[in-house]
Ligand binder design. Structure first.
Ligand SMILES: [Zn+2]
Length: 784
């Protein structure tokens, strides 16, 4: 077998000492070592955020309470609102002005997101695409008044999607300020303008499903990290919002059914007694859903148009946002999920177009999500969680309510792919209740902190739903195509959400894969789960920053992960570890017979094999046979590979010099394998090896990533085995996102690469820039 060597092994610890000092010399390199601590990259710990990753003893956060009255105009698709915001300044600072977010201004005709939208024309264009180009929909906020609590106008300045309100007197630390805003805006049609919020119009029965969010001016976050987080809303970077208590009165046509964040305050007025009875029943139904509004009732409801109005009142405590849905098309079902002695309602609102898929799975997926996520974080603290069907794909999350897409064909059939996609979206969007609705990270700045953590949790929940769930992202092996792509179009995860290339792959898939690698491979489930839960609990109802996550994961697990954060979150290197060589050694016991046989083998056998090759090709005639007659006796008596008395004596002397322990080692018959690895991708990873022995048995060896701590590019390691190795596989379970597994085998084993031969001359290659554009287009439709 190739690379077998017999080692005249001098067993002495001095060898290792020499090796050690050589490595130390080699380490005198630059400071590019992946294992240096993240001192430059992370903010210095302080009294607000500690070095452990926990909130510090002086941690503070602002609070914004809202009292909102809105009216939904179903005929003209408009929303009119007035709101009183009570802003509590818990900071140690005095504020002369405050910033309010006007997210709807992203849909204003002259918005920066319209102005900065890039585009190209092509020879062929769809009408839909053309209409979008011509679209001059104005969905921006019309701010009518901004007044203080006495009704006096306040000076305000609108800066695109933000509004600065100048206070008549400074808002001191530990005091609050109330002011009133009156506004309205045109609601966007999701089919034409897209969007997280909007309405979907059903032509057949002239009805709309409204899923409404970011519909009211919301306070910006003020904190000790960013000051005011008033980075403009351009469309990708989602929302950064403070916690607060909400009282919201929603006036809609009286035949609409409304679902919303918070607890309904006036069920007696807006629900029928039958609906209230069914709702009570749902609370105690823990395994089956109960219909509050049946499909037949919803169909009947959608046939007419009420001329009267009803006001639904919702109250929500300690939420960072408020959203609602409204339609006369809604079927409504619910079931209970218990946490201790508390029952949470899992609910769904969907038009008949969602059945049979939605009736069967939606609410059960909501309940499942609450159970699984709670297990890994904290008990779901809110009284309900809702899934609303809108659109054909994607989804969007708000506290206690989420808007999810995907429904059967008009003939009620659906593919398996659609089923998993709908369940996956519901798990994802309901899961967002935990990240970022309760663990309230800054979405405008860091998409990964909510999307990445949530996609990871979604994967765990999907695995608990069904082991064969058709995953799209989550596990390490699903992210390799992205990671081996053109580095010009790959951003570090730690990039502002508006500037990220391939946001879906970057913030969702790569983050989730990274967390899976930490859990399954680097930390192990027990340590990971403990630390992850600790992070969730420490930052529940607070505002964490990236360092708080990184630090907590290390602090609670006792594992230094700086190298991992550096490579996976701050860098764009991919993983490509390789087996360069496997060298096989055995100890030469120096037993004379054995030693001589080895020498004989070396001298003749190898030569013989070489010569026979030449001879087989062409006979070489022997032209001379000469012998030195004076040495005839010597020829007869001396055979260089026979054991002499001297050899035996030397061996005995050697044996006598060995301790019992050393004898056992020398005669143990062990196989020594030196395996050389290289790191071709740059991102270091644990080395996971599967040895298959000649007797057919297998063994897995797991070596922590710290093996690369001195040299990040090449390492060698010695393995000792009784058995003889037949083959070695690196990363046998595809758990490290290694982008090229062809170099993971010894003996080398190549799988073929397949190429297609096509007749059409159409270019199938898509360059990364086009790919990026396509993704941006897709993203509008995809889940948030
Ligand atoms: Zn999401």
């Amino acid at each position: 077998m190739k690379n077998m060597k017999i080692l005249s092994m001098v067993v002495s610890s001095s060898i290792f000492l020499i090796m050690g000092s050589m490595v130390l010399n080699a380490q005198k390199n630059t400071n590019k070592n992946q294992f240096r601590q993240l001192y430059q990259e992370l903010a210095t710990p302080n009294n607000y955020r500690t070095a452990t990753g926990a909130p510090g003893h002086e941690y503070w956060q602002q609070q914004a309470d809202y009292d909102i009255r809105i009216e939904l105009d179903d005929d003209n698709q408009r929303i009119y609102g007035t709101e009183t915001i009570t802003y509590m300044n818990n900071s140690p600072d005095q504020l002369n002005y405050i910033w309010v977010q006007l997210d709807q201004n992203m849909r204003a005709k002259d918005s920066d997101s319209q102005k900065t939208r890039t585009g190209q024309l092509s020879n062929q264009m769809s009408f839909r695409g053309l209409k979008r180009l011509h679209d001059d929909f104005d969905g921006g906020f019309k701010i009518e008044t901004v007044k203080d609590r006495n009704g006096t106008d306040l000076h305000y300045t609108i800066v695109n999607t933000m509004m600065r309100v100048d206070l008549d007197r400074p808002l001191r630390s530990k005091s609050s300020y109330s002011f009133k805003i009156k506004w309205w805006y045109n609601i966007n049609d999701k089919a034409n303008q897209g969007g997280r919020s909007g309405y979907e119009y059903f032509e057949k029965d002239s009805n709309s499903v409204y899923t409404i969010a970011q519909f009211f001016p919301r306070m910006a976050v003020y904190n000790e990290v960013e000051g005011w987080q008033h980075k403009q809303f351009l469309g990708s970077g989602e929302f950064t919002v403070p916690f607060g208590n909400y009282m919201v009165r929603i006036t809609v046509p009286s035949d609409h059914v409304v679902g919303a964040t918070g607890v309904l305050q006036n069920g007696g007025r807006v629900l029928t007694s039958l609906q209230r009875t069914r709702l009570q029943k749902a609370k105690t139904s823990l395994s089956e859903t109960v219909l509050i509004v049946t499909e037949d009732e919803a169909k009947e409801n959608g046939k007419s148009r009420a001329m009267t109005k009803k006001t639904w009142i919702f109250k929500a405590d300690n939420v960072r946002d408020f959203a609602f849905c409204s339609s006369r098309k809604f079927i409504w079902d619910a079931m209970g999920v218990t946490f201790g002695n508390r029952t949470v309602l899992a609910m769904s609102y969907y038009p008949k177009e969602g059945n049979p898929l939605w009736g069967q799975y939606s609410t059960k997926a909501v309940a499942h999500t609450l159970r699984v996520y709670s297990k890994f974080t904290f008990d779901y603290p809110y009284p309900k969680a809702i899934s609303v069907l809108v659109g054909r794909g994607g989804g969007m999350e708000y506290p206690m309510i989420s808007f999810n897409g995907g429904r059967p064909e008009p003939d009620s059939t659906y593919s398996e792919d659609l089923k998993y996609s709908v369940i996956g979206v519901i798990i994802h969007e309901v899961g967002h209740n935990y990240f970022p609705m309760i663990v309230n990270s800054d979405e405008r700045q860091w998409t990964w902190m909510d999307e990445g953590l949530n996609t990871f949790m979604e994967y765990l929940a999907e695995q608990e739903w069904e082991r064969t769930f058709l995953e799209r992202e989550g596990p390490a092996y699903l992210v390799t195509d992205y990671m081996k792509g053109d580095k010009n179009f790959i951003s570090p995860i730690m990039t502002n959400s508006e500037s990220v290339f391939q946001l879906g792959n970057n913030a969702y898939a790569k983050t989730a894969a990274g967390l899976n690698i930490l859990r399954e491979t680097i930390m192990g489930r027990e340590l990971f789960d403990f630390a992850f839960k600790e992070y969730a609990r420490r930052w529940m109802f607070k505002h964490p920053m990236p360092a708080d996550f990184f630090r907590t994961m290390e602090d609670a697990s006792g594992i230094d992960l700086d190298w991992f954060w550096r490579g996976w979150f701050f860098g764009v290197d991919h993983v490509d570890l390789a087996i360069d060589d496997v060298k096989w050694y055995k100890i030469n016991t120096q037993e004379p017979e054995f030693d001589k046989s080895l020498q004989r083998e070396k001298r003749y056998s190898e030569k013989e094999r070489f010569i026979s090759n030449i001879r087989n090709k062409k006979a070489i005639p022997q032209t001379a046979v000469e012998k030195d007659e004076s040495l005839v006796d010597f020829y007869d008596t001396y055979h260089p590979f026979e054991v002499t008395d001297r050899d035996t004596k030397t061996y005995k002397k050697y044996l006598a010099s060995l301790s019992e322990e050393e004898k056992v080692l020398v005669n143990g018959g062990y196989n020594y394998y030196e395996i050389d690895f290289s790191n071709n991708g740059g991102m270091v990873m644990p080395i996971i090896l599967e040895f298959e022995y000649t007797d057919g048995s297998k063994e897995v060896k797991r070596i922590p990533a710290e093996i690369w701590r001195r040299r990040n590019d090449k390492v060698s390691k010695v393995f000792i085995t009784d058995k003889q190795i037949k083959q070695v596989v690196l990363d046998p379970f595809l758990e490290t996102a290694d982008v090229d597994v062809n170099n993971n085998f010894w003996p080398p084993r190549d799988k073929p690469n397949y190429f297609k031969v096509i007749k059409s001359r159409r270019r199938t290659f898509r360059n990364p820039m086009q790919q990026q554009k396509r993704e941006e287009k897709e993203k509008e439709k995809l889940k948030d």
